[in-house]
Design a protein around this ligand. Structure first.
Ligand code: 6GU
Length: 247
């Protein structure tokens, strides 16, 4: 997958995109990430990327010309990206479904929104997707772009070792994950649940499922409405609701 990023802060990407899994994905050629400095696509002496809003008002607006020029330059060397994403608090809230959808594309381009906004013609003529990462305000779209890249890249086949883990994570079946334990069996008087040491695979599976359901019921009951539940899940939930919260 090729990912182009347009930003006025290209150095913000240096740390997060050059470590661990994201770095390895690029090293082995599964991801070709190109971060572009928007100022390289300006034509004036001051490399201006923003301007005052027509009609007045506070704040600055990102100018259309550098963004169009940068998209044209990317298109000339790599073809038209399949999705052109603008990070903005006004966008669709990013979730695992959108991460999967984007992971199946060959070429993404992400425009990092900044300042008070972006000239509307960029939205009209360039952008295919406006994406927010949640209901809170950040200073710009760089961190959201990195969040999106991380969530999308790990879903590309071959990027995460042990494909299984990708499918077992929280949200893949719409539930939170239950508790995990490793050695030692007892630590500062706190014991690992007996069932996990039993070697009884079916009992372990049922216990884990029940814990995942309990955690989701207690912390994110809103997720249950959209979760993929079996008859066994529904029976467990019924039981958990009858028992009430465990303190
Ligand atoms: Cl995409 N941009 C900004 N500035 N703030 C945000 C956001 C995006 N998503 C959540 N908050």
């Amino acid at each position: 997958m090729r990912i182009d990023v347009l930003t006025i802060f290209p150095r913000m990407f240096e740390g997060p995109m050059t470590e661990a899994i994201l770095y390895r994905a690029q090293e082995v050629g599964l991801v070709d990430l190109r971060v572009h400095d928007l100022r390289d696509y300006t034509t004036d002496r001051h490399r201006t990327v923003d301007d005052y809003p027509f009609g007045g008002g506070p704040g600055m607006v990102m100018k259309p010309e550098p963004l169009f020029a940068a998209v044209d330059a990317v298109t000339a060397v790599a073809g038209r990206p399949q999705r052109i994403i603008l990070t903005t608090p006004q966008g669709r809230v990013f979730d695992q479904d959108l991460a999967w959808e984007l992971s199946r594309q060959r070429h993404l381009l992400i425009i990092c929104g900044r300042y008070e906004g972006v000239d509307e013609r960029v939205r009209e003529a360039l952008v295919t997707d406006e994406v927010s990462i949640g209901d809170y305000v950040l200073t710009g779209g760089e961190l959201p772009a990195m969040v999106i890249i991380d969530a999308v890249v790990r879903l590309i086949p071959g990027v995460v070792g042990g494909e299984e883990s990708v499918y077992q994570d929280s949200f893949e079946d719409g539930l939170l994950e239950g508790p995990q334990y490793t050695r030692p069996r007892e630590f500062r008087g706190l014991a690992v649940p007996e069932v996990l040491l039993s070697g009884h695979h079916e009992a372990v599976r049922r216990w884990r499922r029940r814990q995942a359901l309990r955690r989701t019921l207690e912390r994110r009951p809103d997720l249950l409405a959209r979760a993929r539940l079996t008859d066994e899940d529904r029976a467990m939930l019924e039981e958990l609701r009858r028992e009430g919260p465990v303190l």
